[in-house]
Ligand binder design. Structure first.
Ligand SMILES: [Zn+2]
Length: 233
């Protein structure tokens, strides 16, 4: 398998996993991986749901937004991906979705707590939020730069009135972070609706759980399960 083929298959697997995890918003939202040749980003083509994506529905988008390979169209929000990769040399995969729990939780403007394992990658320090621009599409390089700046060196970013972005050194991590963040937001919403949480992990326990619960092996195992689930649908 060539490097390009591997990256296309990574995007297909990411889409399958995101579909299995229930993070779809019809045809919107997109995972990407960095092109190992430095040409840009491999990302899901527009116009298809996560569960519909196969290797013919992945495009290579240049740093300035041109489709270099693949016959599909690129998503309008490609600058989320290009500008984060420019700012974060450690990031090789980016996921952006519109799962409803992200906007619902972000609308409350309250901190996220590690109420379960799911919130561990996004607390101590607290997950950042994009507050410098509105909730419109991230469709220009300037808006992509604002997104990358708000993300900083975090694992994820809440986009109030829009959705969320997660990143990782590989596709399994970026996808699992989106899955975990969506669950963490949903669990917090449930607790808030029941009167508000009173018990959660402290900083020491949270830092410990980042290596115990969400080490590479665990993230790969979760991602593997989701891709198998997606393939079985
Ligand atoms: Zn979006």
């Amino acid at each position: 398998m060539t490097t390009s083929h591997r990256q296309i298959e990574d995007v297909v697997a990411a889409c399958s996993a995101l579909a299995a995890a229930g993070l779809a918003d019809m045809i919107w939202g997109h995972p990407s991986v960095r092109d190992s040749g430095g040409r840009g980003v491999w990302m899901k083509a527009s116009g298809h749901g996560f569960e519909e994506v196969d290797s013919d529905r992945v495009v290579l988008v240049s740093w300035t937004g041109e489709v270099l390979e693949g016959s599909g169209r690129r998503h309008l929000e490609h600058p989320i991906h290009t500008q984060i990769y420019r700012a974060r040399p450690d990031v090789n995969a980016v996921v952006h979705t519109h799962a409803p729990a992200f906007a619902a939780f972000a609308s409350l403007d309250v901190p996220l707590h590690p109420l379960s394992h799911d919130g561990v990658p996004f607390t101590y320090p607290q997950i950042p939020r994009l507050t410098t621009v509105g909730g419109s599409l991230i469709s220009t390089a300037a808006l992509g730069d604002a997104t990358a700046t708000a993300l900083g060196d975090a694992n994820g970013l809440l986009l109030p009135s829009h959705g969320a972005v997660t990143v990782g050194p590989d596709v399994a991590t970026a996808v699992m972070y989106s899955v975990l963040l969506e669950r963490a937001c949903r669990i917090e919403l449930t607790a808030l609706a029941a009167g508000g949480p009173k018990i959660w992990s402290d900083e020491q326990e949270t830092v410990h759980k980042r290596s115990e619960v969400w080490n590479n092996s665990q993230l790969e195992a979760g991602f593997g399960y989701l891709t198998r689930s997606g393939a079985a649908r």
